[in-house]
Every structure is written in C-alpha cells, then in structure tokens.
Design a protein around this ligand. Structure first.
Ligand code: SF4
Ligand code: SF4
Ligand code: SF4
Length: 296
C-alpha cells in the first residue's frame, strides 16, 4: 500500500518560531541572543547542544572552582601578605619607593574598571578565610559599610601628603622588605602575619559574614571607586543582569549572598548594580529559575 511520505517540517515547526517555547529556560537566557540569528532546530545544532552542556557543567562546578581558588589563595597568604600591607606603602612612600602593596592596590583599582570587585569574589585570600568561616558564623551583615571609609580616607591622605612632601617616588621595588620574594622571613614577620590574620578572622567570627570586607578592608575602597567611575561612563564590564519575570521569590539568592545583599529585591527592581557586590556568581548558580546571569 502506498504510504504518503511525511511532509518536510516547515520552518515554523523546526525553526526560530518554535524554538523559544521548546528551548529550556537556561538556554533561553544564556544563548538566545546568538540563537535568534539562526533558524536551525536545536536538536540538530551542535553549538546549542555544546553550550547547553557547558552551561550545565559550569553552573554545577563554578562555585566549587571559586571556593577552591580563594582557599588556595588563603593558604598562600603567608608567603605574599606584604603585597596587601597598608603599612609598607607608607614606609615605601617615606623612602620614595613604589612597593608591592602600591602595585597591588593600583592593579585592584584598574581591574575594578572592567571586572568590578571580582577580585574580592574570586582571588582575595582574606575573602577565602572569611568564606571558610561562614560555616561557623553565618550572620548576615547589612549595615555600617561606611566604617571602612573612615579608615581608608585618613590613611590615603597620609600617603598622598608624604608623597608630596618627599618629592614623589624615585624607585620601583615590588619586593620591598621581602627576602626571596617571601613575606614571612623572620619571627617578627610571622607575628605581624598572625595579627593581620586575627584582624580578618575575628570580625567574621564575632560580627558575621565577611565583616572584614564590609567594615575594615583598606583595599575595598580602591575597587569601589574604580567601579563607580565605570558606572559614570557606562563602558562594557563584567556585571549581573536580572530577568525579574523569571523570579519565583524563593529568597535563596538573598540568603546565600556572601556580601548579604538584598539580591531578591535587586532582581525584582532590576537594579543589579551594587558596589558591594563581589560578582561571585553565588546568586546566579543558586537560582533554579535562572533569573540572574553574568553579562559583559
Ligand atoms: S573587601 Fe578586601 S578583604 Fe574582602 S575580599 Fe575584597 S579585598 Fe579581600
Ligand atoms: S534565587 Fe532566583 S528565583 Fe529565588 S528569589 Fe533569587 S532570583 Fe528569584
Ligand atoms: S549579588 Fe550575587 S554576585 Fe553579588 S555578591 Fe551577592 S551573590 Fe555574589
């Protein structure tokens, strides 16, 4: 018996018109801009399949990778903590030397122009120490972010005044006061390290989640200023984007944010820019509704 061949599927059945409905929410949000340029069916498209798989793997592993990086950074902290020293930059300024911490703070400022405070979320050893303590003390902190400015403003004023008084800088020595490029080379350096460690750990234990970042960190203002400059000019940079329509108000993002930001409200009002956000992607990876994503 003659059987009529099945007609070729129309473009409407296989192509662009049907894909948004058939496509998973994740892919709609991550790859729609690219896929909308093409009429191929997603069951055929290798790019779609590859990106779907990569998205899935990334979302599952990204936070493990991030936590691993900041913990390794923390374990290496004793070797290079002079690069974060607020004191050595003053001593170097007195001697006309651009020290390792001067270079580090400058790099943090420059990186914030493009990557915001991703350094805090993905690299900083002090961030690693504090996130490890979240399992012990998980109180959210929503107040008194201004305190760090009360520390930073006089400190930076002293550095500028000393630099002007001493006629600026005459020498670049990123390894200033380090032997073989290492910070701990004596008992005195070890005691200094332990004091710095206590300064980071105790607020996180007593006050709450990433308290040192909120209240005491002398490096955060460099990145906040960098981010604010970026926001004024609005050039391309790493940032978060929300899709409020997809939010189910489960509150997970607000609960899990290491910087205790009101992420759910930020999504609801579609205002994801916040200079306290460290672009750690915890909210992105924890959101089952895929209501937040990275954008560049
Ligand atoms: S705020 Fe300071 S201590 Fe916290 S992660 Fe950023 S640079 Fe590190
Ligand atoms: S985790 Fe996602 S769905 Fe839940 S409140 Fe946050 S943005 Fe909305
Ligand atoms: S808003 Fe999201 S990316 Fe920003 S600090 Fe909180 S969890 Fe991390």
């Amino acid at each position: 018996m003659y059987r009529r061949p099945r007609p070729m599927p129309t473009k409407r059945e296989t192509g662009k018109a049907l894909r948004p409905a058939a496509r998973s929410v994740a892919v709609q949000t991550e790859w729609q801009a690219f896929c909308d340029l093409c009429a191929m069916n997603e069951t055929v498209c290798w790019y779609y399949r590859m990106q779907t798989k990569m998205s899935f793997i990334m979302k599952k592993r990204r936070q493990k990778i991030r936590t691993g990086i900041i913990l390794v950074s923390f374990f290496l902290f004793p070797a290079f903590f002079y690069f974060f020293s607020p004191y050595l930059i003053i001593e170097g300024t007195l001697n006309g030397v651009i020290t390792g911490s001067f270079v580090m703070f400058t790099l943090q400022f420059i990186s914030a122009l493009i990557f915001g405070r991703a350094f805090c979320g993905w690299v900083c050893p002090a961030g690693g120490a504090q996130e490890a303590l979240i399992t012990v003390r998980n109180k959210r902190i929503t107040k008194s972010n201004f305190i760090k400015w009360l520390i930073w403003t006089p400190w930076i004023a002293v550095i500028i005044l000393l630099a002007v008084k001493n006629g600026g800088y005459r020498q670049l020595n990123p390894l200033y006061q380090m032997k073989f490029g290492l910070s701990i080379d004596s008992v005195q350096a070890l005691i200094t390290y332990l004091m710095v460690l206590m300064l980071i750990v105790l607020p996180a234990l007593i006050v709450g989640r990433r308290s040192f970042c909120h209240h005491l960190c002398w490096m955060a203002p460099f990145m906040i200023i960098g981010r604010k400059i970026r926001n004024v000019f609005g050039w391309r940079s790493l940032r978060l984007e929300a899709m409020p329509d997809q939010c189910t108000h489960c509150h997970t993002c607000t609960e899990n944010c290491p910087m205790s930001l009101p992420v759910e409200l930020m999504v609801e009002f579609n205002k994801m820019e916040n200079t306290e956000c460290i672009l750690c992607a915890t909210c992105i990876d924890g959101c089952k509704s895929k209501a937040i994503k990275y954008l560049f």
